[in-house]
Design a protein around this ligand. Sequence first.
Ligand SMILES: Cc1cc2nc3c(=O)[nH]c(=O)nc-3n(C[C@H](O)[C@H](O)[C@H](O)COP(=O)(O)OP(=O)(O)OC[C@H]3O[C@@H](n4cnc5c(N)ncnc54)[C@H](O)[C@@H]3O)c2cc1C
Length: 396
Amino acid sequence: MDLVNDPALDAFRAEIRAFLRANLTDDIRRKVMEGGYLSREAHTRWHKVLQKQGWIAPAWPVEHGGCGWPLAKQYVFEQEFALAYAPRAVIFGVEMVGPLLIEYGSAAQKARYLPGILSGDEWWCQGFSEPGSGSDLASLACRAVRDGDHYMINGTKLWQTAATEADMMFGLFRTDSSGRKQQGITVLLVPMKSKGLSLRPITLLDGGQEVAQCFFDDVRVPVANRVGEENQGWGCAKFLLSIERLGIAEVARSSAMLNRLKGIVEQPDAHGRRLADDPEVANEIAEIEIDLMALEATEYCMLFDPAAGADLGAEASTLKLMGTQVQQRISAATMAAAGPYAQAMASGLDGDNASRIGPDFAEPATRGYFNLRKISIYGGSNEIQKNIVAKAVLGL
Ligand SMILES: Cc1cc2nc3c(=O)[nH]c(=O)nc-3n(C[C@H](O)[C@H](O)[C@H](O)COP(=O)(O)OP(=O)(O)OC[C@H]3O[C@@H](n4cnc5c(N)ncnc54)[C@H](O)[C@@H]3O)c2cc1C
């Protein structure tokens, strides 16, 4: 497939660019460009703009309120949004629980939850990991015991992104310990305001609190909130992993980050010197760019080569691995470009100019560097991805 010389895709690309020029406000664009925290208010504001345009859920089928676009259109959409520093729709809803409910949810669950995801009025978080159950997710122990028409949940979940802002959690819970550990897991939808559910926000390296630990103390959840059958939740977990394909390499977001870095190193300092003229800096940027181009070509082949088949399978691990490495190298190079000012990470997490020292990009660059340490941990750590590549791709 040729994504560049297709007139219909070119017209679509032009339509997206015009839309972004007209609608993406500077405050949001700048926050995304600097990798800052977008408030729920700003996120919802942008979500409503996309909803009005009918562009909330590119991959969802039309009958559930999505765009039903083919992969090539979704790819172009994702690319243009990333290059313009436009935020994604609220991630756990549109990209995770929505597809999960479309595939496994009852008619009543679809009717109750999909509208809130599409409107952006109901926020979700993902309750999978626990202390000691991250890479070995199937060992999870947070227990849900059937009690009439409810489940009673006791235990803890760890590292839930956006838990403090979310209205609902889709979580994996232990409902049976008698057989293989994968067989006793059930998906439940838990209101975050449930009695007995409490949160402990966790401060990350960049000073932000985007994740929390969740404690369940006799939390009662109606059986009607179970997705699929009891003890069949592992299939849902695997389904979610399989749909996390498009965008896993984050090529366009890395291109945008790299463009920004190039702009930074081309700025002359007070003495008229440019970092771009330093051979070491130029070399590092060139090396990153070459790796990014190789990643783009690899992703393109995997997604669009008709011989590759619909399921990327284990090869997707190479995209996650290389994609996160490239992003982390760009963030390290951007921080290095700030020189000594990189040390001056102030507490102004909203990118408040008043608290910045040195050039404008320095403080967000350091925060971005620290924040992006997470991407080689979540979504299956890079060590686990290497194991998968070694065993399932290279047959070692
Ligand atoms: C910022 C952030 C946000 C997150 N958001 C969410 C969320 O929203 N919802 C959610 O459910 N979870 C979330 N997670 C959890 C994330 O999925 C887990 O941290 C991840 O799966 C790793 O699990 P762990 O932390 O238990 O580390 P462990 O599994 O204990 O791993 C520790 C280290 O050992 C390595 N290791 C483990 N097993 C092997 C092996 N077999 N071979 C080689 N090396 C190995 C790992 O790579 C890692 O370096 C988030 C994590 C972070 C840091």
